[in-house]
Design a protein around this ligand. Structure first.
Ligand SMILES: O=c1ccn([C@@H]2O[C@H](COP(=O)(O)O)[C@@H](O)[C@H]2O)c(=O)[nH]1
Length: 277
């Protein structure tokens, strides 16, 4: 999916919501535990309940890999289900990969060839040769961690260059411009750091940003939109726990739908205010 197609989906659905499929086996409602694949059963119900309101899904690989081979099977079934039933929904592997070049090439093959993800999150720490192998696939995306939503972001990401005063996350945004474009590269910016989005937009005015941290982590959707929206929206705002665990009972899919709809309605207002609808 290219940038224009993604923006088209945002306008069509009046939403820039990404639902995080952080499916924790410990939190799956009891009645699903008797099915042959509880994780996939849960995901399928969540997807069918929320697809109307979302433009992207983001399974976090940790939740699947931690279950061993059966978790990988659940993930593969989820990807196949999404790609066959909802082919226009953008699919992000939140894997935070990145390694020396030949190893990154195999990570890219895993996510883009063996599985049909549209994008994968990548840690920029190892530099250009660790990132570029992900950019050799047409209409596939690298999402570089720039300014993350967690407390630990302050450990390294705000370290300032002694001469220029540039912060490390700003260096990531600037340096990576040499590696890719706004057609194959996005950035992660946490909603909990939404006050930084204005400065970030000065460096990357046209790139899409994946913004986790609303909902359970307390970030403000309104502040994210006010500071980060651009002429093509430029935002995919993720909520995982706030949607998929809106209830842990038999009504979980219904409650997830209501939670996704509520965010979509707020997003529709923000898109209108931004003159994008
Ligand atoms: O800076 C980051 C990068 C990634 N994440 C991931 O996004 C979701 C957030 O889940 P919530 O339940 O909505 O808090 C999760 O998969 C994180 O690993 C992030 O939160 N911050």
């Amino acid at each position: 999916m290219n940038q224009q197609e993604l923006f088209g989906q945002i306008q069509k659905k009046r939403s820039f919501l990404c639902v995080g499929l952080d499916t924790d086996i410990q939190k799956i409602p009891q009645h699903l535990m008797d099915t042959s694949d509880p994780v996939f059963s849960f995901n399928k119900e969540i997807i069918d309940a929320t697809a109307e309101f979302t433009v992207a899904y983001k399974p976090n690989l940790a939740f699947y890999e931690s279950l061993g081979s059966r978790g990988i099977i659940s993930l593969e079934k989820t990807v196949s289900y999404l790609k066959s039933k909802y082919p226009n929904i953008f699919l992000i592997a939140d894997a935070k990969r990145g390694d020396i070049g030949n190893t990154s090439s195999l990570y890219a093959r895993a996510f883009f060839d063996k599985q049909d993800f549209d994008a994968v999150t990548v840690a920029p720490y190892m530099g250009e040769d660790s990132v570029k192998p992900f950019m050799t696939y047409l209409d596939k995306w690298v999402i570089l961690l720039a300014l993350t939503s967690n407390k630990g972001a302050y450990d390294f990401q705000f370290i300032e260059d002694k001469e220029s005063g540039e912060k490390l996350f700003e260096t990531v945004l600037k340096k990576s411009q040499e590696w890719g474009t706004d057609e194959n590269m996005m950035y992660v910016v946490g909603a909990t750091k939404a006050e930084k989005l204005k400065e970030i937009r000065e460096i990357v005015p046209n790139h899409f940003l994946l913004v986790p941290g609303v909902g359970a982590q307390g970030g403000s959707l309104q502040e994210v939109a006010k500071n980060g929206m651009n002429a093509k929206c430029g935002l995919l705002v993720n909520s995982s726990r706030g949607i998929i665990y809106a209830s842990n009972d038999v009504d979980y899919a219904e409650k997830a739908r209501a939670a996704a709809k509520e965010i979509q309605q707020e997003m529709e207002v923000l898109l209108k205010e931004g003159g994008l609808l």
